[in-house]
Design a protein around this ligand. Structure first.
Ligand code: AMP
Ligand code: GLY
Length: 430
C-alpha cells in the first residue's frame, strides 16, 4: 500500500515512521515533509494546504491511504475533496473540523450535550463583551473564536487585562476574522492533559494519555510555543478517571453528533483540565497533537494503517490497541530565539549517535537533508522546532534520563531545549 502523510513537523515524521513499520506499507510519501521524512520515504513538494494539488498527486500515484497532520487542510475541507475523488483519507469532514476552528461551535455543542466545560458567554460586540467583563469574577479567560496559531487564548487576572484582550481580538483584529467573536469564560484550576481517541463516529478507541509542555522555558516560564516536550502515560490520571473522561467527554459528543446525522471519523483530541475528581474540557482538536504524538506512537504496539483503515471503513469495533508498558519522554530541540526570530541553515551533528541507544527515536521537524561537498547526506536546521528526541524507559524518570542523554549528543549552533520535561509530572506541566 502507498501512503501519503500531509504536513512537515515531527508529528508527521512520527506518523510516517509508524506507518512505514507496517508490512502492508511499501511506500511512504510526505507532503511537504522534512529532512527526516525524506530519509524515510519520498518528500513531495506540495504545501499542506494545497488541497487540489494533493488530491491530484494521490490520484496519479494511486495512494491508498492519506493521513492529514495539521488542522488547516482539515478545516479547509481536504477530507471532503479526497472523498469526492474516491480517495481514502483519515480525518474528519470540514463541517466537523469546526470543532477546532470555531471555539464557539465547540462550546455550544458541549453545552447542548452536557459535556463538562467552563461556564462561558459568546460576544460579537466589543462593547457588550466589555460590559460583561465588569460583572464577571476574576480570573477570567478571553478566547478568540477561530484559529489563532495557539495564541488566541488570554488568561486575565484583572478586568483591565480582559478589556485589553477584547481590544486585541475585536478592535485591533490581531487574529483577523478569528477574533470576530470572542468567548469569555471562567478560569479553571487543575492539571492539564491531552486525551486522544480514534473513532469511526460510534466506537471509541482511546490512545494513551499524555501531557505537553507549552511554554518555552523551564518551570513553565516564557512565551507559549507549539510545544517543547511531552510524556506518556499520565501518572496522575487513574484508570477510573481515564474511563470517566471517555464516558463524559467523547461518548456524549459523538452520540450527540450522530443524532444530528453528523459522523465524526478520525482522531479526536480533547485538552482536559483535571481538578480532584472533576474533568473539564478546555478544547477539542480534530487531529493528532504535536508533540504528544511523538510521545504516544512509539508506545503503540501493532499496526497503525490497519487501525486507520478500520476508522475509515467504520469497522473500529474489531480494533484493540495494545501499549508498551514502558513510559516515554519527548524533548523538543529548538533553534535559538524560538518562538521569536531564529536563524536557519545550521549543521546538525550527532543524530546517529543519539539514536544508537535502544528505544531512542529522533523525529525531525524543521530540518532539511542536503549533500555536503563530499556527497554525504547531512541535515541542516530549517525551522523553529527542529527535532523531537524521544526515549522509552521503565518509568518516566528513566525515559527522561535516556531522552536527555540522547539530546546531549546532538548539536547545532544556538540549540535550546527545556531541561525539565517529565520532571514535574505530579504538578501542572506548564
Ligand atoms: P485552548 O486553545 O482553549 O485549549 O486554550 C489554550 C490554553 O489556555 C490551554 O491549554 C490552557 O492552558 C489555557 N486555558 C484555556 N481555557 C482555560 C480555562 N477556562 N481556564 C484556565 N486555563 C484555560
Ligand atoms: N500540543 C498541542 C496541540 O497539538 O495542539
Amino acid at each position: 500500500m502507498k501512503v501519503l502523510v500531509i504536513g512537515s513537523g515531527a508529528r508527521e515524521h512520527c506518523i510516517a515512521w509508524k506507518l512505514a513499520q507496517s508490512p502492508s506499507v511499501n511506500k511512504v510519501y510526505c507532503a511537504p515533509g522534512n529532512g527526516g521524512t525524506s530519509d524515510l520515504g519520498e518528500n513531495i513538494n506540495i504545501k499542506a494546504d494545497d488541497i487540489e494539488s494533493l488530491s491530484g498527486f494521490a490520484l496519479k500515484e494511486k495512494v491508498e491511504l492519506t493521513v492529514v497532520g495539521p488542522e488547516v487542510p482539515l478545516v479547509e475541507g481536504i477530507v471532503d475533496q479526497f472523498k469526492r475523488k474516491g480517495l481514502r483519507v483519515f480525518g474528519p469532514a470540514k463541517e466537523l473540523a469546526k470543532l477546532e476552528s470555531s471555539k464557539v461551535f465547540a462550546k455550544e455543542l458541549m453545552k447542548e450535550f452536557n459535556i463538562p466545560t467552563a461556564d462561558f458567554k459568546v460576544f460579537d460586540s466589543a462593547q457588550e463583551a466589555k460590559k460583561h467583563i465588569q460583572n464577571r469574577r476574576l480570573p477570567m479567560v478571553v478566547k478568540a473564536d477561530g484559529l489563532a496559531a495557539g495564541k488566541g487564548v488570554i488568561v486575565c487576572k484583572t478586568k483591565e487585562e480582559a478589556i485589553r484582550a477584547v481590544d486585541i481580538m475585536m478592535i485591533d483584529q490581531v487574529f483577523g476574522a478569528s477574533g470576530k467573536k470572542v468567548i469569555i469564560e471562567d478560569c479553571l484550576e487543575g492539571r492539564e492533559l491531552s486525551l486522544l481517541v480514534f473513532t469511526d463516529g460510534k466506537k471509541i478507541v482511546p490512545l494513551a494519555g499524555s501531557q505537553d509542555y507549552k511554554r518555552a522555558f523551564d518551570g513553565g516560564q516564557g512565551p507559549n510555543t507549539g510545544g517543547m516536550g511531552a510524556y506518556s502515560p499520565v501518572p496522575f490520571l487513574s484508570h477510573e478517571q481515564f474511563n470517566k473522561a471517555v464516558e463524559v467527554v467523547f461518548r456524549p459528543l459523538l452520540h450527540g453528533l450522530g443524532q444530528k446525522n453528523k459522523i465524526y471519523t478520525g482522531v479526536l483530541y480533547a485538552g482536559l483540565m483535571l481538578y480532584e475528581d472533576k474533568i473539564n474540557v478546555l478544547e477539542f482538536n480534530v487531529r493528532f497533537g504535536d508533540p504528544e504524538t511523538q510521545a504516544i506512537l512509539p508506545r503503540l504496539k501493532g499496526d497503525l494503517p490497519d487501525i486507520m483503515n478500520k476508522v475509515i471503513d467504520s469497522e473500529l469495533d474489531k480494533a484493540e490497541l495494545e501499549w508498551e508498558k514502558k513510559s516515554s519522554v519527548c524533548v523538543v530541540l529548538a533553534s535559538g530565539g524560538y518562538p521569536g526570530e531564529y536563524e536557519k541553515g545550521k549543521v546538525i551533528s550527532g543524530l546517529l549517535e543519539a539514536e544508537k541507544e535502544e528505544d531512542v527515536f529522533v523525529f525531525h521537524a524543521g530540518t532539511k537533508m542536503v549533500e555536503d561537498s563530499s556527497g554525504n547526506s547531512i541535515f541542516l536546521t530549517e525551522g523553529g522546532r527542529v527535532l523531537s528526541v524521544v526515549a522509552l524507559g521503565q518509568d518516566i524518570s528513566q525515559a527522561k534520563e535516556k531522552a536527555y542523554r540522547a539530546a546531549g549528543k546532538i548539536y547545532f549552533e544556538g540549540m535550546q531545549y527545556r531541561k525539565d520535561i517529565g520532571g514535574v509530572v505530579l504538578s501542572k506541566a506548564g
